[in-house]
Design a protein around this ligand. Structure first.
Ligand code: DAH
Length: 478
């Protein structure tokens, strides 16, 4: 028997590598009009036509009004404010609508036509041209075009079809940041690079050692956009970017430590000096690009992605004389570290035992779990119909037509059990030696964050899950 563990998937849109482990719904007015094959829907007063690409369940649409990043005293909102406090003078955009065009989400950022992120197995579509944004970068081009401020932050809810476990949820929050300089602006410095270095000197300093072994520019793996930038300019912008982000991460982790009442309360990993490192990365919209990783409980975690903005994006946004940096950070991951929140579903809880623990006023405090209810594991084994692709989604066809994809299993589990499902993982996989048919076994953990589930309840949930797998994916139960 071969046990296949789920591949570790990157938090960000980069060539998926095994560098670092991942730490991993309100009511929505949604009107359907009849008379068409595909329904017209209205989401927060905005009309949309659906077509055969529509794959967004009502449960996902119902999370749109929650806007956790704007709820006073919510940990996602507190995390946003903590990061914003490091970027004085920037413009903050916190209310951008989550439904965007494919052009905004992918094309404007140079995603190639066959990028796996565009697949219907990975992304929620409303119609062929319209998606629920999968990242806050979707608003970069428009914000550059508006050119209100040389620095901006965008915080928002983002949506991705993904695994079900304690660090993944189909709706999460990101913050995007960007800072640009204009070549045509008058400066008292001899060169633009000298101007940027002066801006670096004006940033707060810190005394931490941060490992950064790779050269800023690597012609093969992390190239300079040589038609548009000089190496001196990129060295200066990289220094500005890295110092700005190191300051943010240091303050977050310092706050996380301070959150514990006394040193003896601190888990051992918190007493070690903080360790961070820069690693080379790849994004379709920056070059060179990096990720910042933090050592957390003996594992290097990717905390954010960043880089030097592709000139093509600025120039398409009518800003050909600008150059600068951008970054993207996942707010749940930071908030989970900051407040020791063990399960991403908790962010969506309306239970006062969760919500009352956080406050913008006063000291930042660790989350104290109010109870741990028993886990209830149940397996389901089935024969897959047709072709299939793995958890990483790399094999998924862009249209997602015809094949089996693990994200569909995940979505059915969420549809059936909502937040009563904690984790779904592949525990066994084999191909029949004679027929070549593929069999998969998934283990589902049903557990409520708020109460103990009864046996009858979990049996019913699991039976519905099994039936839906058959009805929606055409699998054959074993
Ligand atoms: N949008 C990326 C993602 O979600 C994260 C990101 C990486 C944003 C690098 C950036 C950046 O602005 O420069 O996968």
């Amino acid at each position: 028997m071969r046990i296949t563990l789920r591949a570790s998937r990157s938090l960000f849109y980069l060539a998926r590598s095994a560098k670092a482990e991942r730490l991993a719904p309100g009511r929505q007015r949604c009107c359907y009009s009849s008379g068409h094959n595909f329904k017209d829907i209205t989401i927060e007063g905005r009309p949309y036509k659906t077509d055969s690409w529509m794959n967004t369940p009502a449960s996902i649409l119902s999370s749109i009004p929650r806007r956790l990043h704007l709820q006073p005293d919510h940990p996602i909102s507190l995390t946003r404010q903590l990061i914003e406090s490091h970027f004085p003078g920037f413009t903050y955009h916190n209310d951008l609508f989550p439904i965007v065009s494919v052009a905004q989400n992918f094309d404007s950022l140079n995603f190639p036509p066959d990028h796996p992120g565009r697949s219907r197995t990975d992304t929620y579509y409303i119609n062929r041209d319209t998606v629920l944004r999968t990242h806050t970068s979707a608003h970069q081009a428009d914000t550059f075009r508006a050119n209100e401020n040389s620095g901006f932050l965008i915080s928002a809810d983002v949506y991705r079809r993904d695994a079900v476990d304690r660090s993944h949820y189909p709706v999460f929050h990101q913050m995007e940041g960007a800072k640009t300089w204009n070549r045509n602006d008058p400066t008292s410095h001899s060169t633009l690079a000298a101007q940027i270095w002066a801006d670096v000197a004006a940033l707060p300093t810190h005394s931490m050692q941060v490992s950064d072994p790779s050269p800023t520019i690597d012609p093969e793996h992390n190239p300079l956009q040589s038609a548009h930038h000089t190496a001196e300019e990129v060295e200066a912008m990289a220094a500005h970017l890295k110092r700005s982000l190191e300051n943010v991460v240091i303050s977050i982790f310092t706050a996380a430590r301070a959150a514990s009442a006394s040193p003896s309360d601190q888990p051992p990993q918190d007493r070690e000096p903080l360790q961070m490192r820069w690693v080379t990365a790849y994004f379709p919209f920056t070059s060179p690009s990096w990720e910042l990783e933090v050592l957390w409980q003996d594992t290097w975690l990717e905390v954010l992605g960043c880089g030097i903005i592709s000139h093509s994006i600025l120039s398409a946004a009518d800003q050909p004389s600008r150059l600068g940096w951008a970054f993207g950070v996942g707010l749940e991951r930071i908030a989970m570290l900051l407040f020791s929140i063990p399960d991403i579903r908790l962010f969506w809880s309306k239970d006062p035992r969760f919500l009352s623990q956080f406050s913008a006023a006063g000291e930042m405090k660790r989350f104290v779990p109010f109870s741990k209810h028993p886990a209830c594991f149940k397996d389901v084994s089935f024969w897959v119909k047709g072709t299939s692709s793995a958890a990483g989604g790399l094999g998924g066809s862009v249209s997602g037509e015809g094949g089996f994809h693990e994200n569909d299993v995940m979505e059915i589990a969420r549809d059936v059990a909502g937040d009563l499902v904690e984790d779904v993982r592949l525990v066994d996989e084999f191909s029949h030696p004679k027929t070549g048919r593929r069999s998969l076994c998934y283990r589902v953990n049903y557990r409520s964050l708020e109460r103990t589930l009864t046996n009858v309840e979990s049996n019913e949930l699991h039976e519905r899950f099994r039936q839906q797998l058959v009805e929606r994916l055409g699998v054959e139960l074993r």
